[in-house]
Unconditional design. Structure first.
Length: 115
């Protein structure tokens, strides 16, 4: 079992920054990759960024150069630094971790970017 708790969302003007954190607990030693996803109103949930336990990262094209995913050495916290935010970045951001064929999700944190 894995529990994921996100924090750090909020309201920001376009061009601003936010930092999201995801605290993991439970059977985290078996997690090889963690990621951030987002879901805008009326749209499907989409991948934002992932990071492996080796530190390899992957980003959606829409956030490359603006967002940075990182994690601590014990894999207990994954952070998403979001810079130069745009209104189209608005949505609920979810932390995700796959484990033994099951996807675990956090409760989500709202990010709203005003123009």
């Amino acid at each position: 079992q894995v529990q994921l708790v996100e924090s750090g969302g909020g309201l920001v003007q376009a061009g601003g920054s936010l930092r999201l954190s995801c605290a993991a607990s439970g059977t985290i030693f078996s997690i090889n990759v963690m990621g951030w996803y987002r879901q805008a109103p009326g749209k499907q949930r989409e991948l934002v960024a992932t990071i492996t336990d080796g530190g390899s990262t992957n980003y959606a094209d829409s956030v490359k150069g603006r967002f940075t995913i990182s994690r601590d050495g014990a894999k207990k916290t994954v952070t998403l630094q979001m810079n130069n935010l745009k209104p189209e970045d608005t949505g609920v951001y979810y932390c995700q971790a796959p484990l033994l064929g099951r996807n675990y999700w956090g409760q989500g944190t709202q990010v709203t970017v005003s123009s």
